[in-house]
Design a protein around this ligand. Sequence first.
Ligand code: OFO
Length: 172
Amino acid sequence: MKNEKMIQALNDQVNKEFFSAYLYLAMQAYFSSLNLDGFANYFRVQVQEERDHALGFFNYLTRIGGKATLAGIKEPQNEFSSPQEIFELALKHEQFITQSISDLMDISREIKDHKTEIFLQWYISEQVEEEENMGRVLNKLKLIKGDGAGLFMIDSELAQRLYVPAVIPGAV
Ligand code: OFO
């Protein structure tokens, strides 16, 4: 049985995940413009992960017979004042996404949509990692207080991040 409230909320989440990719692409552009290639790599990987998250919701919607309706993606912030500001914004955005996915879980429980509840569990766990990752880099940036050598050390570390395609149960 299809529930229109659930279908609409899943559609909205597709949009939010693509917006996440768009926002992080703007952050990648900022770091590339400063030749901070490790930070740029970090966000390049993040963009790919967000695209996977969006397509996961899209594929799940299709599988349960709910047509995906693609809305416009709003313009992200494009100007930033510092790496620390970027990670503060990114962490805040991930907290917003965590709340959004928790709201989806509440709807699935309210309407006893157990299959969607199980599908959402991967995203709930993923959000722990998403907030943790952004928070860890943010804490390091706070520690170095704008020191150039410290910034380059973090940049080298973030250059190591690799993209691993997400395997989302229920979305393939
Ligand atoms: Fe960053 O987790 Fe999706 O949006």
